[in-house]
Write a protein that binds this ligand. Structure first.
Ligand code: BG6
Ligand code: MG
Length: 220
């Protein structure tokens, strides 16, 4: 029977909804620069790194490196202004209870986020201390869908990848987790996470015991 020792959570779209802030920050930059960018375009940016997001926003347009850097810096300044106001009230429904249950079951808790601002977000949300390991945009160089970040976090947790469940809202994240043999729970839009082992709209009212049982894992 499957043995589960750790849960690794993506941040954006699973723990909090910073996706909207990322969108508004890119949108402001795009508008200021006269670059066409819609909410629909933004879907392709979900869960990918800052640089990859800019490349997708540019849709093939090539810019000198210095300008790329300046654009990324500006977008990040806009984003950090949103982040400065983030509080525990920004936790998505059910997250606080689910983390508490996870801890009570003796399951380790990791973060696997592509964001370089992940620690600040966790601090604003008031939950940083609940994580046994935090993997963020600084931890590895290859981002999701490469499995590197989740493998890195599992290493920090001292748990083999086969004993991890990843909670993700992005297709790239589900692919990254499967690539290294982790089980997956897809959160949110079922189409986006259709490859996940289990799909839930959110963590509201979700029981850890129920997740383990549905994944065919031994109870804790
Ligand atoms: C991910 C977000 O968590 O982090 C992406 O889903 C974002 O939208 C990426 O681009 C990088 O974030 P940051 O904060 O390092 O620019
Ligand atoms: Mg996400």
């Amino acid at each position: 029977m499957l043995k589960i020792s750790a849960f690794i959570f993506d941040l954006d779209g699973v723990i909090t909804d910073t996706a909207e802030y990322h969108y508004r920050s890119w949108k402001r930059l795009a508008d200021e620069e006269g670059l066409p960018f819609s909410r629909e375009d933004n879907e392709a940016l979900r869960g990918v790194s800052r640089r990859e997001s800019l490349l997708r926003l540019l849709k093939g347009k090539v810019l000198p490196e210095a300008q790329m850097e300046a654009f990324m810096q500006r977008k990040n300044d806009y984003y950090r202004a949103f982040l400065a106001n983030i509080t525990p009230a920004d936790l998505l429904g059910g997250v606080a209870d689910f983390l508490a249950q996870t801890r009570a079951h003796g399951i380790k808790i990791g973060l696997g986020s592509a964001s370089k601002n992940a620690r600040d977000a966790l601090n604003g949300l008031g939950i940083a201390a609940q994580f046994d390991a935090i993997g963020d945009g600084y931890s590895v160089s290859r981002t999701k869908p490469a499995p590197d970040l989740f493998v890195w976090v599992a290493g920090r947790l001292n748990v083999p990848p086969s004993e991890v469940v990843v909670f993700e809202d992005a297709e790239a994240g589900i692919a990254a987790a499967h690539e290294c043999g982790m089980a997956t729970v897809g959160i949110g839009d079922a189409e986006r996470v259709s490859a996940a082992d289990l799909i839930l709209p959110n963590l509201e009212g979700v029981q850890v015991a129920e997740i383990l049982s549905k994944l065919g894992a031994a109870p804790h």
